[in-house]
Each structure stands twice: as structure tokens, then as C-alpha cells.
Design a protein around this ligand. Sequence first.
Ligand SMILES: Cc1cc2nc3c(=O)[nH]c(=O)nc-3n(C[C@H](O)[C@H](O)[C@H](O)COP(=O)(O)O)c2cc1C
Length: 191
Amino acid sequence: MPLDQPDAAARRFLFVLGSSRAEGNTETLARQAAARLPAEVEQRWIRLDDLPLPAFSDVRHAGGPGYAEPTGNERLLLDATVAATDVVIVSPLYWYSVSAATKLYLDYWSPWLRVPGVDFKARMRGRTMWAITVIGEEDPAKADPLLGTLRLTADYLGMRWGGELVGYADRPGDIRADADALAAAERFFTP
Ligand SMILES: Cc1cc2nc3c(=O)[nH]c(=O)nc-3n(C[C@H](O)[C@H](O)[C@H](O)COP(=O)(O)O)c2cc1C
């Protein structure tokens, strides 16, 4: 759904920051892209390290009462996720995939699919997922597993794929030297 349509005011973007360092390259790239969002689009930024989740435990087939009603940080993340029309996964490439914090957040989508009353799948259907990542090696193919993980996850939930933004950088601030990524960020959400 283009962001220059009159309904832009109804869009609520959730930026999920998955780096294990603050103000890293991925966040810088995401903020560059977000600066071009129309002013009426709501933005919410969440740093996963600020909202730690317990280790994930799969109780689907354990025969007990199933997953507990989400509380604490899990509840906050669930509420923020279902409130968003657009979920922007902002994760550096860690070992060719999303960061551990990002993966843990996505693992929790599994219980959210099953907690009675949440209707996670129905609520996420038709929403949009976007991916912003920064990788250390100047080879975009290295980001394919991360992008595949996110695209397939979006697909499973019936979400649209908004697009991907990939930058190259290693030390914090290096992303400022990736002119192509910064230019791509400018037109990422609003081509
Ligand atoms: C645990 C870890 C694993 C990494 N794995 C990869 C990798 O597989 N491929 C790659 O190109 N860069 C890898 N990097 C480099 C980061 O992607 C790069 O430094 C990036 O700029 C970090 O983003 P940030 O500043 O937003 O945290 C890794 C870095 C760390 C800390």
C-alpha cells in the first residue's frame, strides 16, 4: 500500500531494533529511512535489548495447559506488534542470519499464534513486513538467509513484503560511508 495515499495517517510503523549495540549501523540506516516517512505516519521504536525475553520454551506438544497468557515484556512486544500496520525488522547480519534477540522475538510469534483470544495470525494478515540490515562483507548475497527467514515468516503469517534495505559497514558509524545504502534509505519507504 503506497505511503503517499490519503490513508498514510492510518499507518503505524513499528521499528524492532535487534542489534546488541545501541546506535549501531543498522539503527542509523533505519533512522535515515524513517526520516522520509510522511509526518502523519506513526513511528514506534523498540530496542529488543531493553525488553529482554526469557529463553523460549516449546510447550506445544507437552500435554499441559499450553502457552500462558503473555505478561511483562512479552505482553508489551505482542501489543506493539499487533498494533502495527508495518513491522520493520532492523537487524544486523549475525552469522548470516538475524541477531539472536531478533530470532527470539520471532520465536515468540509461535506462542502468540496459539494463545486464546490473541488471534495473532488473523490480525497480522495483510500487514507489511520490511527488513533493514547491515552486513560486514560487501556481498549482498550474504544477506540472503536473513532475508529468506523474514520473507518466509511474513508469508507464513499472510503478511505483505515491503522490501529490503541492505548496507555494508562494520564499525559503528561506518554506514555513513555507504553512499549507495544511504541513498537507498532515502527512497526505501517512499520510492
Ligand atoms: C556476532 C556477530 C556475527 C556477525 N556475523 C556476520 C556475518 O555473518 N556476515 C557479515 O557480513 N557480517 C557479520 N557481522 C558483522 C556485522 O554485521 C556488522 O558489524 C554490522 O555493521 C553490525 O551492525 P550494527 O552496528 O547495527 O550492530 C557479525 C557481527 C557480529 C557481532
